[in-house]
Design a protein around this ligand. Structure first.
Ligand SMILES: Cc1cc2nc3c(=O)[nH]c(=O)nc-3n(C[C@H](O)[C@H](O)[C@H](O)COP(=O)(O)OP(=O)(O)OC[C@H]3O[C@@H](n4cnc5c(N)ncnc54)[C@H](O)[C@@H]3O)c2cc1C
Length: 293
């Protein structure tokens, strides 16, 4: 199938893109890498009247460290995230996760901003944003909004973005000494969307978690920062403590049934991921920001 007829405008600046979005309201759609938008249009799941192509806006592309924050432009492609020494040094969770996003051809065009705005609950990068305590930076004609990742994803393909706003950047605190990360997903084939996945970031002191952020994906209508993590922080993690956290996790998750997996299978897989994650994190403290994971 082919997309319905649509008009096309190449934005010349962020201001110009916002003018176009405001003028056309819900009838316009932003185009970044096109790896989710174009398939949805070709399947006629959506039929925008105007495509606003922001792909040439260099100001939205790039990776920089400013002070203790890593700033990633919305148009930064998956392939650039994967190859970035700054990401490897300061947010190695992302380097590991990106290898699981689709296939090379898609990673060559797909962008961080597009992935977050698309908000597929089975996507890897939204969960990484939760685990990494990201701030999502959004711009509209009235100015900038800075939204905590936990508040950004609001449902299946739904976010806090309005149709008249652009996601412009993501800000991440730099990984600290004693930071540790874990990423694992279950998928039918490498590169497929996950059936269940976990992106986690921790601060480990000795054999104890001083902080632990467990972001599960593909087990609900959005990425989920598990409250069960609190049961593992500032305590000796014994098998009983881990079992208690696992039971709490199963209680708080509300996975969906679909043709890939039942809700109970997803809940089970989430518990398996937790059981793998905790010992891996406790045994794998990074010697320092920039050190090996
Ligand atoms: C076969 C296949 C397999 C895939 N597998 C995976 C996978 O395993 N994991 C995964 O995470 N993804 C997967 N993807 C999706 C891929 O990662 C996309 O690149 C990504 O989801 C969207 O990025 P994009 O830049 O292509 O966005 P686009 O397709 O251009 O846009 C996606 C949506 O976001 C909106 N948007 C884009 N940029 C902005 C912005 N800056 N501000 C506001 N709104 C914006 C668009 O209007 C559109 O609604 C797969 C895609 C394909 C085709």
């Amino acid at each position: 199938m082919k997309a319905s007829a649509f008009a096309y405008a190449r934005a010349t600046s962020v201001v110009n893109a916002l003018e176009l979005l405001v003028a056309h309201g819900d009838k316009a759609k932003v185009l970044s890498g096109g790896q989710s938008l174009m398939p949805a249009m070709n399947l006629r799941l959506i039929s925008p009247e105007l495509i606003v192509d922001i792909g040439e806006l260099a100001e939205l592309r790039g990776i920089a460290v400013r002070g203790d924050v890593l700033i990633i432009g919305a148009l930064t492609r998956h392939v650039d995230l994967a190859r970035s020494p700054e990401i490897a040094a300061h947010a190695p969770l992302l380097t590991e996760a990106i290898a699981h996003v689709a296939h090379p051809a898609i990673r060559n065009r797909g962008t961080l901003g597009g992935s977050l705005a698309h908000a597929d609950p089975a996507s890897e990068l939204p969960a990484c944003m939760l685990a990494l305590h990201a701030t999502i930076v959004v711009r509209g004609q009235a100015g900038e909004r800075r939204i905590a990742a936990e508040d950004f994803f609001t449902g299946i393909y739904e976010t806090a973005l309005s149709a008249q706003e652009l996601l412009v950047a993501v800000e991440l605190p730099l990984a600290q000494k004693r930071s540790a990360h874990f990423f694992c997903e279950f998928a039918r084939r490498h590169g497929d969307y996950a059936i269940a996945g976990l992106a986690a970031q921790a601060t480990v002191e000795g054999d104890v978690f001083a902080d632990l952020r467990l972001a599960f994906f593909a087990v609900g209508d959005r990425p989920i920062l598990a409250r069960a993590a609190k049961k593992l922080v500032n305590v000796a993690v014994t098998p009983a403590v881990l079992s208690d956290a696992s039971a709490a996790l199963a209680e708080e998750l509300d996975p969906l049934d679909d043709q890939q997996a039942s809700a109970s299978m997803r809940r089970h897989l989430a518990k398996v991921l937790l059981a793998r994650c905790v010992p891996a994190l406790l045994g794998r403290t990074q010697p320092g920001a920039g050190g090996p994971a």
